[in-house]
Design a protein around this ligand. Structure first.
Ligand code: AMP
Length: 214
């Protein structure tokens, strides 16, 4: 199964991906985690990508495409994966379709997660992430058992720089301008399934399972 989790920042892509990984046993490929890791370790592209990440802007297509291409070549992707945060532009979507097409494969599902802007801002402002394993928490909705510590690995929780109010607004407008047009791109391919993330978690999971079994 090759799946894209799509939606604005803060809608819950990472949280839902973790559940899909657990249930379907496919790797989670988060382009945001890949970029943050590169910037933190100073790897190839770090200095080029850093200013974009800090300002809440999209890093250039050629950089993210190269990084995703590299990740998709790894063995664990042979039987499918869940893409979170990629593609984010039509150019990235075209790259993906072309790359998969070469091996006679395609994306099977695109889950379009939806929430109001008010909910998104609340989710982003309260979000905390584990430094070690990238697990996601929320101060009110998904609090860790011990404040500031990850339940899974004991790692330190932190607030992403780009989850601060000044950058949140920018990221939402970048999404509306550059990423939202992809909904029509995937609607034309009859792949989009809308998931309302304002529902209780159990209902969201049931909607996702239904979409993935269709
Ligand atoms: P995310 O964790 O998905 O919210 O991504 C965090 C940041 O990483 C974004 O604001 C961008 O700066 C960068 N980024 C992640 N994925 C992409 C992508 N597909 N294209 C361009 N930039 C990206």
């Amino acid at each position: 199964m090759r799946l894209i989790i799509f939606g604005p920042p803060g809608v819950g892509k990472g949280t839902l991906s973790a559940r899909v990984v657990q249930k379907y046993g496919i790797p989670h490929i988060s382009s945001g985690n890949i970029i943050r890791e590169i910037v933190a370790t100073g790897d190839k592209y770090a200095s080029e990508a850093k200013p974009y990440l800090e300002k809440g802007l999209l890093v250039p297509d050629r950089i993210i495409i190269d990084l995703i291409e590299h990740r998709l070549r790894q063995k664990d992707c042979d039987n499918g994966y869940i893409l979170d945060g990629f593609p984010r532009t039509v150019e990235q979507a075209r790259f993906l379709a072309k790359r998969l097409g070469k091996n006679g494969r395609q994306i099977n599902h695109v889950l379009n997660l939806q929430a109001s802007e008010k909910t998104i801002i609340e989710r982003l402002s309260g979000r905390r992430m584990c430094k070690k394993c990238d697990a996601i928490y929320h101060l009110e909705n998904i609090p860790p058992k011990v404040p500031g510590k990850c339940d899974q690995c004991g790692g330190e929780l932190f607030q992403r720089e780009d989850d601060k109010p000044e950058t949140i607004k920018k990221r939402i407008s970048v999404y509306n301008e550059q990423t939202k047009p992809l909904i029509q791109y995937y609607r034309n391919k009859k792949l989009i399934r809308n998931i309302d993330t304002n529902e209780p978690l159990d209902e969201i999971y049931a909607d996702v399972d239904k979409a993935l079994s269709s």
